[in-house]
Design a protein around this ligand. Structure first.
Ligand code: NAD
Ligand code: ZN
Length: 233
């Protein structure tokens, strides 16, 4: 396929999933070697588990942060950051919580499932952190134990963040999905939304997915290899 010149588009959205981080070695959730094959999410990744044993749940998330910190963004992450520097109109919407895009220097418009690098409180306070260990586990405002600002099993999604992603996608002329299986809803709904909006639809994935038929161009290969080769400033 011929390389795509992003200068030809005013509004571009890259929509990324766990496959974007696969080449970094970030542990996956499902499948072989996946976190949920080793740990029961009922004990580590839901509000009930946190209410029952916040220390155990926070320890688990610190361990995840340490693993992610030991991984580095790949050439695809660096390439997206460089494209964005050339064209600030490029938006990144991600399902990943690992912060890899930001570590490569990109700006992320919407983290649909939150971030491993933030904690939050029912009273609303947020805290940005960038080390494996939390600087504090207690809310400075109300004294409650902070919880990871990520979407756990049984949590609702963040309506404000989803709204921001939707409005970007509704206006996108070019929509590129990278490394997402399109089976985790409501996030996967961003793909039909882009299609309805009339965007040029490109899928970058090592395999076919459930939603591949919604894409007019299906590029098969690894994100770290295909993104630098096929998307030019
Ligand atoms: P998924 O695990 O359901 O699907 C990953 C997709 O990436 C698959 O279609 C696979 O074929 C593809 N893929 C694998 N390696 C690739 C590569 N090198 N290049 C391109 N494509 C590749 O992921 P999902 O659709 O993002 O849904 C999983 C959910 O779990 C998401 O909601 C996400 O929040 C969460 N999650 C996040 C992380 C992370 O932050 N890194 C990791 C695992 C899961
Ligand atoms: Zn608080």
């Amino acid at each position: 396929m011929e390389a795509i010149r992003l200068s030809e588009y005013e509004r571009v959205v890259f929509f990324t999933g766990a496959g974007m981080s696969a080449e970094c070695g970030v542990p996956t959730y499902r499948g072989r070697g996946g976190i949920w094959a080793q740990y029961r999410w009922e004990e580590y990744a839901c509000q009930d588990a946190f209410d029952a044993n916040p220390v155990k749940v926070l320890d688990f998330h610190e361990q995840r942060r340490g693993k992610v910190l030991g991984c580095q963004p790949h050439s695809g992450h660096h390439h997206l950051a460089a494209l964005q520097a050339a064209h600030p109109s490029i938006s990144i919407v991600t399902q990943n919580t690992d912060g890899m895009h930001q570590r490569a220097g990109a700006t992320v418009a919407a983290e649909l499932h939150g971030s491993l690098w933030r904690l939050r409180c029912a009273c609303g306070s947020r805290e940005d952190l960038a080390a494996a260990s939390y600087a504090t586990r207690t809310c400075a405002v109300c004294g409650a134990t902070l919880r990871p600002d990520i979407t756990w099993f049984g949590d609702g999604v963040n309506a404000e963040v989803f709204g921001r992603a939707q409005s970007l996608i509704e206006r996108a002329q070019l929509f590129v999905a990278v490394g997402t299986s399109g089976i985790v809803y409501p996030a996967a709904g961003m793909i039909p939304l882009a299609r309805q909006a009339g965007a040029r639809m490109i899928e970058v994935n090592v395999d076919d997915t459930e939603l591949s038929p919604l894409f007019t161009e299906r590029l098969r290969g690894a994100a770290g290899e295909l993104l630098p080769r096929l998307f030019l400033a």
